[in-house]
Design a protein around this ligand. Structure first.
Ligand SMILES: Nc1nc2c(c(=O)[nH]1)N[C@H]1C(S)=C(S)[C@@H](COP(=O)(O)OP(=O)(O)OC[C@H]3O[C@@H](n4cnc5c(=O)[nH]c(N)nc54)[C@H](O)[C@@H]3O)O[C@H]1N2
Ligand SMILES: Nc1nc2c(c(=O)[nH]1)N[C@H]1C(S)=C(S)[C@@H](COP(=O)(O)OP(=O)(O)OC[C@H]3O[C@@H](n4cnc5c(=O)[nH]c(N)nc54)[C@H](O)[C@@H]3O)O[C@H]1N2
Ligand code: SF4
Ligand SMILES: [Mo]
Length: 748
């Protein structure tokens, strides 16, 4: 399908000044809660530096404008050539998020999970109850393996790894490891190249051909669109490959509707055609790659363009055309979205996309590359995370594996004991199965378990097994509803930290701009309070500091390597604005010294074979359908997962969830646009409104994940916990096949 023209979305990136009238009438009134931060700007506002700490590609550099101790409005920082002074709809609503009447204001205890009968506690009471429970577990089990932590992407500030530090400081505990997000792709890139590096997105304008493969940056990385448009303006072709005609697809020169999970077949067809046409980069392959002959033999023996067309639903003529265009354009690049690897064959598909970019000689080139993400700028001290367990702590016997994609050295050191690592993507099953000792207590931070984890009905059963559930949260979300104790946590304006991105190369300091609202405390302060009480009740039972200055702790995360990488003389330089890494090239792998065992790009990877997969980037079948329709539950424009959609500001734009159905499928079921429907499968059901659109294939249902305040919509009632193929090697657990789900629909 070719779509002509593309309306611009630049306007969304223009800095909004919702409170300009207030600004003009302003008096100087510096906030006393800057922790020594902030500058007096125009019109009497005190300004502070921030970073959007969510799990978003863009990790925007932000500025807050404070008057009378209140954040009046926010802007994107103009110094960053990535953020460019603009935020997305979610970023602009941070003020509402912080001052929302729905924020959790003080510690509370629930009289019966799900009862809604909450009783206010003082911080001392709450922490005392928690500390006594931890000591009780230790006494019963002679270890703290009965205490489990689940944490993911609520806040990626570097000091926020103090939550993991808090656990280590108590002893060896159980950790939910891995990532629900991008595990399969991480392994795939590690097998092919030895690490996950990524071109600077700001070099996209140099590309002559861009494929956005299962990525939706028009919603999920709005700032990247500017660079894509610049490439198009300079004559590049933009191709979007997605089962859904997304807003990103609407900007493309060409759109291909692939059958979900069949991207590997499509890319193999392209590889075969490029090989047949002799369009592969023989020089690049000879100098920098290992095992290409094996891959070529595999293609000749197992792949035809017709087979690829049959499997992927993309006509053979189109496969040939895009293969030739891609191979002839130099440089050409693929952005592999995280969406497309959430399949039982997702890692295998990513390896094939890597191979396509490699065989055309596009790796290591500005404007080229196979773009997935990177952690190149994350070399902090991880001081907050690195805490030693108390002496004589007992734990799991045996070595500890990686604890997720951000597994930077943990200070627990070498010991005969370690933490018990369980799969975060099977949290419910792991809790149900764990014995010796069972999991007795769950600590939840930066994670909305009952909105974002899988097989929600099973999760509720697993929660029934737990003796105590503590959630550190900002909002009364669906996990808090099922908790025993909730602790109010701060927002980004209320504490210090520092933020790097897994996509661009900017670094931003996050200053404290205001005093924490209500009785909110940061996760670090919570850890300190817990340590204090633990040591009062049982001296030596916790090694965490008992007083925390979040600014001091932020400074401690910096080191000379970070200063050198960003050209900083001190962390304080960041108070003048964000800094960009001094890259020798915008291209990842520009020196072609790959981090694989052979030092080459490995089409044939023994390491991959040792990890139980095919050594070659070979086709792997997708999941067999278990119900009538394919069900996709990707990311919303108005939410970061379960965050933001709950705000009244956002509800105004997007009041209620809906399921998108193709008109032909809807007619068969007598469903009209706007009808209330039931979507159901073996996991459970949800009720919502039907919307008819040809943007989805006839055999697919589409709904966006999100948490709406006051509505019981939850797509995890339909998503099971089936694993993706890869992820265990680098992140400690396989990824999860979020988009290999199936369901049926009927009028409600
Ligand atoms: N607005 C907003 N921005 C976000 C987020 C958010 O929740 N909201 N989340 C952040 C996070 S944590 C992440 S991981 C990223 C995600 O960023 P993206 O990967 O860009 O977004 P997703 O919505 O997860 O998936 C992208 C696309 O994958 C498609 N897809 C699903 N299965 C297949 C398949 O088999 N093949 C192909 N080719 N495509 C497929 C979906 O239809 C979807 O359009 O965005 C980040 N930014
Ligand atoms: N069906 C379906 N499921 C999915 C996905 C999908 O596409 N479809 N996407 C998956 C992906 S890519 C991801 S990354 C995960 C995301 O899974 P989560 O990381 O669980 O996602 P969030 O909804 O952002 O939940 C973070 C929680 O942390 C809280 N929080 C924010 N800041 C802080 C803080 O400083 N301290 C503490 N203690 N809490 C804080 C927020 O209020 C929020 O409740 O979801 C996965 N689940
Ligand atoms: S959600 Fe993403 S685009 Fe929006 S402000 Fe945060 S980092 Fe920027
Ligand atoms: Mo994610």
């Amino acid at each position: 399908m070719t779509k002509p023209g593309r309306p611009r979305i630049q306007r969304a990136l223009t800095p909004a000044r919702p409170h300009q009238a207030v600004a003009d009438a302003a008096q100087d009134s510096p906030s006393e809660f800057g922790g020594g931060g902030g500058q007096i700007g125009k019109n009497g506002y005190q300004t502070f530096r921030h970073a959007c700490p969510r799990n978003c590609y863009d990790t925007c550099s932000m500025v807050s404008y404070v008057k009378d101790g209140v954040v009046q409005f926010v802007e994107g920082a103009s110094e960053s050539t990535f953020t460019r002074g603009g935020l997305c709809v979610k970023g602009y609503s941070y003020v509402r998020q912080t001052y929302s009447p729905d924020r959790i204001k003080y510690p509370m205890e629930q009289q019966g999970r799900g009862s809604g009968k909450w009783k206010r506690l003082s911080w001392d009471q709450a922490i005392d109850k928690i500390a006594r429970k931890i000591l009780d577990i230790k006494q019963r089990d002679n270890s703290l393996l009965g205490l489990a932590l689940t944490k993911y992407s609520g806040n990626f500030g570097i000091t926020n790894y103090g939550v993991e530090g808090m656990m280590s400081s108590l002893g060896y505990t159980t950790r939910m490891v891995g990532t629900p997000c991008w595990a399969a792709g991480i392994d795939a890139q590690n097998f092919d190249m030895g690490s996950m590096l990524c071109n600077d997105p700001e070099d996209l304008p140099q590309a002559r051909y861009i494929i956005l493969w299962g990525a939706n940056p028009a919603w999920c990385s709005v700032h990247s669109m500017r660079f894509i448009f610049a490439a198009q303006d300079a004559g590049a072709k933009l191709l979007v490959i997605d089962p859904v005609f997304t807003q990103t697809a609407a900007k493309a020169d060409e759109y291909l509707q692939v059958i979900p999970g069949e991207d590997g077949a499509l890319a193999l067809g392209m590889c075969r055609h490029i090989l047949d046409q002799g369009l592969h980069d023989k020089e690049w392959i000879a100098s920098h790659a290992l095992g290409f002959d094996d891959f070529a033999a595999y293609l000749r023996a197992n792949v035809t363009v017709e087979w690829a067309a049959q499997s992927s639903g993309v006509p053979a003529s189109q496969i040939r055309m895009i293969a030739e265009e891609f191979a002839r354009a130099r440089p050409a690049t693929i952005w592999i979205g995280t969406g497309m690897q959430r399949h039982v064959n997702g890692g295998s598909s990513v390896r094939i996309l890597d191979a396509l970019v490699a065989m055309t000689g596009n790796i290591g080139k500005p404007g080229g590359g196979v773009r997935y993400g990177h952690l190149h700028t994350w070399g902090f001290n991880f001081h907050a995370m690195s805490q030693k367990p108390p002496k004589d702590s007992k734990g799991w016997r045996g070595p500890s594996g990686p604890k997720g994609e951000f597994d930077f050295a943990d200070g627990s050191g070498q010991s005969e004991y370690s933490d018990r690592a369980l799969n975060i993507n099977k949290t419910a099953q792991e809790i149900l199965d764990a014995t010796d000792p069972p999991i007795r207590m769950l600590w939840v931070a930066c994670k909305n378990v009952l909105s974002q984890d899988f097989d929600r009905p099973k999760m509720l059963k697993a929660f029934d097994k737990l003796e105590l559930i503590v959630v550190a949260e900002q909002f009364f979300n669906q996990t808090v509803e099922q908790a025993d104790i909730v602790l109010p946590v701060t927002t980004l304006f209320e504490e210090w930290t520092v933020n790097a991105s897994f996509w661009h190369y900017w670094l931003s300091i996050n200053e404290q701009a205001i005093k924490p609202l209500h009785e909110a405390r940061s996760d670090l302060q919570i850890a300190a309070a817990l340590s204090k009480r633990m040591n009062e009740l049982a001296p030596g039972s916790c090694t965490f500091a008992t007083e925390i200055d979040s600014k001091e702790w932020t400074i401690r995360e910096f080191n000379q390597n970070i200063y050198d990488l960003f050209g900083l003389s001190s962390w304080e330089d960041l108070r003048k604005g964000p800094a960009k890494a001094k890259l020798t090239s915008s291209a990842a792998w520009a020196d072609h010294r790959f981090a694989t065992p052979s030092g080459k790009y490995e089409f044939h990877s023994e390491l991959c074979a040792e990890n139980g997969h095919d050594a070659l980037p070979a086709y792997k079948e997708g999941r067999k359908p278990y119900d009538k329709f394919r069900l996709l539950t990707p990311h919303s424009k108005f939410a970061i997962h379960s965050q933001f959609q709950n705000l009244d500001w956002m509800a105004e734009f997007n009041p209620a969830p809906c399921v998108y159905i193709h008109p032909s499928a809807a007619t068969e079921r007598n469903i009209a646009d706007g009808d209330p429907v039931r979507v159901f499968n073996k996991v459970g059901e949800v009720r919502l409104t039907a919307r008819l659109t040809t943007n989805v294939p006839p055999d697919t249902l589409l709904m966006y994940e999100a948490w709406y305040k006051g509505l019981d919509f939850n797509c995890q009632n339909l998503v099971d916990d089936t694993a993706a193929d890869m992820g265990a090697y680098k992140t400690g657990a396989p990824g999860v096949a979020i988009h290999d789900q199936f369901a049926d629909v009927a009028r409600a």
